[in-house]
Design a protein. Structure first.
Length: 150
């Protein structure tokens, strides 16, 4: 089994200041997995939103923001409740994605190679799929002209 936990944290310009930055420094870099039986290769996708110094997961954020937003759009209380429940089910259903092999993960900017009893994971810019932004730093094949990581 191969597990990748993908964590997305979003914030607005109101959280750009020192307080927001300090809060993000304390934000966890990993979360416990929900107890499920997996036999394949998994991507666990988690999304969070920052409001001032408080972090909400995607379900908390949807519940808080959709309630007022849908009512303003003219939804009834019942329609709003049903729409929120529908979105919660969708989020829970697609939070974990299962793949039959590591190569089937098809992740942008990551090279994953099996090495005897471990994986060698290398970050690189995939120009075909994500552009080539300027970054500083080196990777393992920085000076190897024959490598896609050059």
């Amino acid at each position: 089994m191969f597990l990748i936990q993908k964590i997305n944290l979003e914030w607005s310009k109101n959280e750009r200041g020192v307080k927001g930055e300090d809060a993000r420094r304390r934000f966890p870099l990993a979360y416990p997995m929900q107890e499920k039986q997996f036999s394949d290769n998994i991507i666990d996708s988690l999304s969070f939103f920052q409001k001032e110094t408080v972090f909400m997961d995607v379900i908390q954020w949807q519940q808080k923001s959709l309630q007022n937003y849908l009512l303003q759009l003219g939804f009834t209380q019942e329609q709003t409740k049903n729409e929120i429940q529908r979105r919660m089910q969708w989020i829970k259903r697609y939070q974990d994605s299962s793949y039959s092999s590591v190569s089937a993960l098809n992740l942008t900017n990551l090279s994953i190679c099996f090495q005897k009893d471990s994986y060698d994971i290398t970050f690189f810019y995939d120009e075909q799929r994500s552009g080539l932004p300027f970054r500083r730093g080196h990777n393992k094949d920085f000076h190897n002209q024959d490598s896609p990581f050059y």
